[in-house]
Ligand binder design. Structure first.
Ligand code: MG
Ligand code: MG
Length: 258
């Protein structure tokens, strides 16, 4: 069932989304060669703590997971697509990092992700990250009243495929509200004009993931969480929480710069 949010609830979700935005900005500022993933998690924890926000990631345990998630961010480096567990790994020159973060504030959730490089970027990584961003923009652009879920999926998939990148099978965006994961699912590829009609008050986390090798397959690392490309190619991820309104899409996790 899809819950439609009131304008007041969307404002409250914007407040939660802005905590996520600040956390991601702080993490990105802190990320550099030699900085560990655990240190980045600590940066995000501090932003959530200062805001009085909770983490929907910390302790999260979906059916596939062998253990509760131990951090407030996912930090996925290079061939890791999503769900990387922050650990003592120290970032190296040219690493591609995808950071996903959530927050709950006054009972409402926000969810957003960004990819970036540290040190001297590989041109191929810069292009991959740019494509994830363009795919996200295209998905947001299709998130308008009267369109359907398939229009968002098609818009995302068209950008990724045109660039020659892969789209990991079976992962995508989702409805979001009082819980981080609600109906409907928002696939990263699909047919325009199909699926649920978009209405004022729907709030969706839209989150393209792209793989540089052009393949859609992946595997779980031994930790049971981290998903890595099978061909070792690098991956990028971009996500915003977006409210569908009569006045157009409203990006609740928008960041200032960075
Ligand atoms: Mg996320
Ligand atoms: Mg999400």
């Amino acid at each position: 069932m899809v819950e439609l949010k009131t304008d007041t609830s969307i404002d409250a979700m914007h407040a939660a989304g802005q905590v996520v935005a600040r956390a991601l900005t702080a993490v990105r500022r802190a990320a550099d060669v030699g900085v560990s993933l655990l240190e980045l998690d600590a940066v995000a924890r501090e932003v959530l703590r200062e805001a009085g926000a909770g983490s929907p990631f910390l302790g999260y345990r979906p059916s596939f997971a062998p253990a509760p998630f131990p951090a407030v961010i996912c930090a996925s480096v290079n061939d890791a697509i999503v769900h990387g567990i922050p650990d003592g790994y120290r970032l190296r020159d040219g690493d591609l990092v995808s950071v996903d973060c959530g927050a709950t504030l006054d009972g409402w959730a926000g969810d957003s992700a960004v990819s970036f490089t540290v040190g001297t970027p590989r041109p191929a990584d810069t292009a991959l990250i740019a494509a994830a961003g363009r795919a996200l923009d295209a998905g947001i652009g299709a998130a308008v009243v009267g369109n359907r879920i398939g229009d968002i999926a098609h818009a995302i998939g068209a950008v990724c495929r045109a660039a020659g990148y892969g789209i990991p099978d079976g992962f995508g965006g989702h409805g979001i509200g009082r819980r981080m994961h609600e109906d409907p699912g928002v696939p990263n590829e699909g047919r325009a004009g199909r699926g649920m009609r978009l209405r004022h008050g729907m709030v969706l986390a839209i989150e393209p993931m792209v793989t540089g090798g052009g393949r859609d397959d992946y595997h779980a690392a031994p930790d049971g969480w981290t998903l890595r490309t099978n061909d070792g190619s690098r991956a990028a991820h971009a996500e915003h929480t977006v409210a569908i309104t009569d006045r157009g899409p409203r990006v609740l996790t928008a960041r200032d710069g960075l």
